[in-house]
Design a protein around this ligand. Structure first.
Ligand SMILES: O=C(CO)[C@H](O)[C@H](O)COP(=O)(O)O
Length: 248
């Protein structure tokens, strides 16, 4: 079993009968969703799920996972999602797959937000790492200019050459499920900005910025897949405590 699978499958244990569940996007939570599909086949488990992307919606549908929307649900019992980077204080960078806005909307509606990563995602800090920022396409050049006043490096995310609907990928911006663009921006001078939370606030205050991939103080549980198995870290008040393996 690879480390992503270890973490993804472990987190699926959290889902209990009758729960409203948010399903994240990416190659780690993929294993949570597969496991959930298996459990639905083998157990008397009734759940309703909200996907964070069209990709996850398709996967959930293919596995027979019942879906719902925020028209019918206001809170979610649990949301499980991946991350691109996790600090020792459990701040996250998300949005590698471009689903950051829906992922944040869904995670903010969670009673328990569980993050699943392999141990390669553990970092000391976000210095120099690209932060995905969702921006509106209109006048995106001016929004990028505003971000560039304090970013050390930034790039408009382009479609991957083999992406669905990519005609001339090199010249086509990646478009999110919400019809927006994504900028990946590095901030070499994080120290002068203060903290990821401050950076998020600074970015959010710029006209044209819709959301950032900085998820600070949001994770309730972090499941890390490593060689020894799944390590679970749980937030208790403001601190995170490691739990014994399998004590989940
Ligand atoms: O934020 C995300 C998508 O927008 C993903 O959760 C993040 O990129 C991690 O993906 P993976 O589990 O494939 O490494």
């Amino acid at each position: 079993m690879n480390k992503k699978q270890t973490a993804g499958q472990k987190a699926a244990e959290w889902i209990k009968d009758g729960m409203k569940v948010g399903l994240g996007t990416g190659s780690t939570v993929y294993y949570t969703i597969l496991e959930l599909g298996e459990r639905l086949k083998n157990e008397r488990l009734q759940i309703d799920a909200i996907p964070t992307s069209k990709e996850t919606e398709k996967l959930a549908q293919s596995l027979g996972i019942p879906l719902t929307t925020f028209a019918d649900v206001t809170r979610l019992d649990v949301v499980i999602d991946g991350a691109d980077a996790v600090t020792p204080t459990y701040d996250l960078i998300k949005g590698g797959g471009g689903a950051l806005l829906r992922e944040k909307l869904v995670a903010k509606s969670a009673d328990t937000f569980i993050v699943v990563v392999d141990d390669s995602k553990q970092v000391n800090d976000f210095k120099g790492l690209p932060i995905p920022i969702e921006i509106v396409p209109f006048a995106f050049q001016t929004t990028m200019q505003r971000i560039s006043t304090f970013s050390s490096e930034l790039a408009l995310r382009m479609k991957k050459p083999n992406a669905v609907g990519a005609v001339n990928a090199v010249n086509e911006p990646f478009v999110t499920d919400n019809g927006n663009y994504v900028v990946d921006a590095k901030f070499a001078h994080m120290d002068s900005i203060g903290s990821p939370a401050k950076l998020h606030e600074k970015l959010k205050s710029l006209t044209g910025v819709v959301e950032t991939g900085l998820f600070t103080g949001m994770a309730d549980i972090v499941v890390v897949g490593c060689d020894e198995g799944a390590k679970v870290f749980r937030k208790v008040n403001a601190d995170y405590h490691a739990e014994a393996l399998n004590d989940f």
